[in-house]
Ligand binder design. Structure first.
Ligand SMILES: C[S@@+](CC[C@H](N)C(=O)[O-])C[C@H]1O[C@@H](n2cnc3c(N)ncnc32)[C@H](O)[C@@H]1O
Length: 306
């Protein structure tokens, strides 16, 4: 798809889509700034940064920070001290500022395209991001910018990038949910969501016609590592995470998206949530060190400015 659209069109569609999505984003994706959210974010950063995580980072930059999921949780956990959040969507950064105010956290926010950052060279100890690289027209160019703004020895840490094979495998539970949704709704006594009769992916907050156009890439592990090496980063490593948790999550998300949200029982939501957390632990403890990164749904990328 990326070959068919210009970089400007990709940036434009991402800005407009995320500006609309911002208001309902945290609810749609279950973004949490309490204990659960913090544990999720710390878990991913530990996989990326190892012992460096506990030494902390004096000055960090998050690109595509959205409503602040990673940076605000890391500030709360004391991993980051001075934090800057950037995003191409002013609406997302407005939501990030509102979250920071509510949590009494101090964060600097700047609207910026990841490929042209308005910062001097060598400004940050850590450049991080979650679920952002796959939205960028030119990931190598963006990673070169991240390298430029890092001080020598500084780290990059990116999580939540869709793997190409993992993405294809996830289509199976998504399709399965579409087929099972009418029966599931009958069992729990839920009405179909208005305008949908069993399918969709829960585009609830700001789900509009731009959604299919915001994702540009799904990476293989060598491709993702290749972008980072081509950008001049050293010690590049890619690993995979979430396999069974993702199948379970996509299946349940597909079912839930087909029903009127008011009709989905709390007991079901608890089962879906705790089941997901349990399978995440199974993936982490049993599968992630044994299976190749390509088969997992999410890729994690780390590297260093030499
Ligand atoms: C899937 S959201 C993830 C948001 C946040 N990192 C999180 O995990 O909740 C992707 C974010 O990337 C931002 N984005 C998309 N294209 C961008 C670009 N070219 N430069 C900077 N940010 C971009 C979007 O506006 C959006 O906030």
């Amino acid at each position: 798809m990326e070959g068919l659209r210009t970089a400007a069109a990709i940036r434009d569609v991402n800005t407009r889509y995320h500006d609309v999505a911002a208001a309902g984003y945290d609810v749609k994706w279950g973004i949490d700034f309490g204990e659960v959210g913090q544990a999720q974010v710390i878990g991913k950063m530990r996989k990326l940064l190892g012992p460096d995580l506990h030494r902390g980072f004096a000055r960090s930059l998050e690109v595509g920070a959205g409503t602040g999921y990673f940076t605000l949780n890391l500030l709360r956990a004391g991993v980051l001290r001075e934090a800057v959040c950037t995003d191409i969507s002013p609406g997302m950064l407005a939501a990030c500022n509102a979250n920071a105010r509510r949590l009494a956290l101090s964060v600097e926010t700047t609207v910026a395209d990841a490929e042209t950052l308005p910062f001097a060279d060598g400004n940050f100890d850590l450049v991080l991001g979650h679920a952002v690289l796959h939205h960028l027209p030119d990931p190598t160019r963006a990673l070169s910018e991240f390298r430029r703004v890092l001080r020598p020895g500084g780290r990059i840490a990116f999580a939540g990038e869709p793997s190409r094979l993992g993405d294809r495998i996830a289509a199976v539970p998504k399709r399965g949910a579409g087929a099972a949704a009418p029966l599931w709704r009958r069992l729990i006594g839920a009405r179909p969501v208005s305008g949908v009769n069993g399918g969709g992916d829960g585009a609830g907050g700001g789900g509009h016609d731009l959604e299919p156009f915001v994702d540009v890439h799904a990476f293989t592990a060598p491709e993702l590592a290749g972008h980072a090496r081509a950008a001049g980063l050293a010690d590049v490593r890619v690993r995979g995470e979430e396999l069974t948790a993702n199948w379970f999550g996509w299946f349940n998300r597909g079912l839930e998206a087909s029903a009127d949200p008011d009709d989905v029982p709390m007991l079901w939501r608890r089962y879906a949530f705790h089941g997901y957390l349990l399978l995440q632990r199974v993936d982490e403890r049993l599968l992630e060190s044994r299976l190749p990164p390509a088969i997992f749904y999410n890729l994690l990328l780390t590297g260093r400015r030499g």
